[in-house]
Ligand binder design. Structure first.
Ligand SMILES: Cc1ncc(C[n+]2csc(CCOP(=O)(O)OP(=O)(O)O)c2C)c(N)n1
Ligand SMILES: [Mg+2]
Length: 430
């Protein structure tokens, strides 16, 4: 039973035909095709799972709760209102145009370090984050610009951060991979994969503590933890699933499975590539959703965020998506099969939403064009603003450095070494 691409857990295991067969039951399996979009091959569905290996009924019931047949809105047959549709469209366009501009600026030497773009994955950010309240938190990865934008961090502040300017959301100290805004509850992009998951779990714990221990009855804040398929093989993911389920934390773990971890295929790197199945192993619902379809993502997101807000605990959502560019702007992207790229390019989530809005008469071409024009101007303005903003002073270099700066940062004369013009010579231009 499934609704809009969300899939209920069946007591089945799924393996790929040319993966090593590692158990006895795997030898007795039947072959069938699968709705797992990222599979470039036929899956092998193992149907002979013994009763002992079946998931507890409670886990299956919990999943059924998440994906039970329910329309988002009783607004005729539409899945979202006109207002919501335009808001989501604008957010996705902002994400796409912003990232395309980043590529231009990066190649013009306006940004430093690695820059990882989000093109193709917009349905996940917009589908989830546009449902949040301001007080809710988002924890991201190094592919974080668009999550910050969706959460309301102004394009000017994100672009300036990328330019390393004082007007950036971290005053130019974070750069591309470390978007942070206390005001918007964007609790960071994280360059080390998996590092954000415990931070998100801690934020969710804070919400629960405030509500249950400090008796702040209106604290129903939810945290979203975004991370990739490659990261879902890291230990921190499993530790945090355990704690979140144990304490019924108000968190949604959102895996953006774009099928690749730099140049490593998810299908080659993961013993069981269906990440959503790990939810019930820890006693929480696991859902798989087509991450190229913002309506489906939004539907699942609404259920999962709602559960968290009602105090019913965490959910693991695997959004199957695809990045349209290389891993970072330094990646020539030569490892992925052109046919695979073309297949996903044809499923562009923005084109699909535009088609839906027009065909369902929720918006006209002219209305959508006006949004596109507005966003072009917003992004142009962000670049001009960032370009004209001042660079940080040298003394900002050692702010937030917790180690004793004597020796390293402070010279024998008691002055910051960074104030010596030779300090950064040969390393970075500050
Ligand atoms: C702890 C740690 N180990 C290794 C790396 C190197 N690394 C950078 S990106 C990446 C792949 C992550 O892939 P995924 O989680 O699928 O995210 P995606 O880039 O696809 O969004 C790795 C291993 C790192 N940044 N941090
Ligand atoms: Mg990935």
């Amino acid at each position: 039973m499934s609704l809009s691409g969300a899939k209920i857990i069946q007591p089945l295991c799924i393996r790929y035909p040319d993966m090593p067969v590692i158990s006895d039951q795997a030898a007795n399996c039947n072959t069938t095709s699968t709705p797992f979009l990222g599979s470039t091959r036929t899956l092998r569905r193992i149907q002979s799972v013994s009763a002992a290996q079946r998931r507890p009924a409670s886990a299956i019931v919990a999943v059924a709760d998440v994906v039970k047949e329910k329309k988002l809105k009783s607004n005729k047959n539409h899945l979202l209102t006109k207002e919501e549709g335009l808001e989501v469209y604008e957010d996705m366009i902002l994400g796409r145009v912003f990232e395309d501009m980043c590529a231009q600026m990066y190649y013009r030497g306006k940004m430093f370090g690695f820059v990882h773009l989000y093109n193709g994955q917009e349905a996940v950010s917009s589908g989830f984050i546009k449902l949040l309240k301001k007080e809710d938190s988002v924890v991201s990865t190094y592919r974080d610009h668009v999550h910050a934008l969706s959460k309301g961090v102004p394009a000017r502040a994100v672009m300036s951060e990328l330019f390393g300017k004082t007007t950036g959301c971290c005053r130019g100290q974070g750069g591309s991979m470390h978007m942070f805004s206390a005001e918007h509850n964007v609790l960071g992009g994280f360059a080390f994969i998996g590092e954000g998951i415990p931070v998100a779990t801690g934020a969710a714990f804070t919400s629960k503590y405030k509500r249950e221990v400090l008796k702040e009855a209106d604290c129903d804040h939810v945290t979203l933890a975004f991370f990739g398929d490659g990261t879902a093989n890291n230990g921190q993911f499993f530790e945090c699933l355990n704690m979140a389920a144990l304490w019924k934390l108000p968190i949604v773990f959102v895996v953006e499975n774009n099928l690749w971890a730099i140049g490593m295929s998810h299908l080659r790197a993961t013993s069981d590539p269906e990440i959503w199945k790990k939810g019930p192993a820890f006693g929480m619902p696991g859902v798989h959703v087509d991450g190229m379809d913002v309506l489906k993502v939004r539907e699942v997101a609404q259920e999962a965020i709602g559960r968290a807000r009602r105090g019913e605990g965490p959910t693991l959502v695997e959004c199957e998506t695809y990045r349209f560019r290389g891993h970072s702007l330094a990646d020539p992207d030569e490892l992925r099969d052109p046919a695979e790229k073309a297949r996903y390019a044809a499923r562009d989530p923005i084109t699909a939403l535009k088609k839906y809005l027009i065909e369902s008469k929720l918006a006209s071409e002219a209305e959508l064009k006006a949004i596109e024009k507005k966003i072009d101007e917003v992004v142009e303005d962000a670049v001009e603003f960032a370009n004209e903003s001042p660079v940080p002073s040298r003394s900002q270099l050692l702010e937030n450095v917790f180690a004793d700066p004597k020796g390293f940062g402070i010279g024998p004369d008691g002055r910051y070494r960074c104030e010596d013009p030779k300090f950064t010579q040969g390393t970075a231009q500050v």
